[in-house]
Design a protein around this ligand. Sequence first.
Ligand code: KIV
Length: 266
Amino acid sequence: MNKKTVTTILDKKQASEKTTVLTCYDYVMSKLISSQGIDMLLVGDSLGNVKLGYENTLPVTVEDMIYHTKAVKRGNDGALLVTDMPFMSYEISVEDAVKNAARIVKDGGAEAVKIEGGIEIIKQVKAIVDAKIPVVGHLGLTPQAINKFGGFKVQGRTQESRNKLISDAGVLEKAGAFAIVLEAIPERLAKEITERLKIPTIGIGAGRYCDGQVLVVDDMLGMFTDFTPKFVKKYANVGETIKTAVKNYIDEVKEGKFPMEENAYK
Ligand code: KIV
């Protein structure tokens, strides 16, 4: 096993190599994805949508994140394991932020945490990094701010918003973040941020020029179909494969075609 670390991810930017990231929430998927050499597994709070059926990520708890991180850890073969800090686990105080990040690392087994936001949470980022926990930043369409944004809207379209994103990215790098996720922002802005930073940018709906890419695994496999953003590419239609298999199973059981002799104990 070639274990990926924070250093691997930083070195990739220097070598102009792309970093590959997928979200992951359970043991089986962790085994499947990590066996293919992905650089980073992200236990995203998108699990609120795709695994727990919530409308958004706001109800997700630290306990949810720890539970899923433990499962992913057991299946992981070499990827850097990063876990999201959920809504309200870091905003209230620096002390809360460090305590919750520590729980995600100590109890869940994550190797780094991801936090949404810029200058507003910079004290938290610095304190978590000072506590020896690597941090990934997350800027742009940060889903935990959905009520502030008034929906899932592309960010960085006004000059003011562009300037803030550029400044936030610089501030996060200075505070010690080792990578930054850029979500749903114009490609040109993502390119500019990527060129300004020494740390890698990981894009999702941020175009072609980021240092790496991340997708929600259930989106790219065609398993989650409640809504599909424009930036998603479906690499498979696993949802349809599952439906066909289940329909065949139901039919065969009803018709007495399953189980057969070979599936029975003598
Ligand atoms: O929660 C998540 O899955 C994420 C990715 C979309 C980057 O934050």
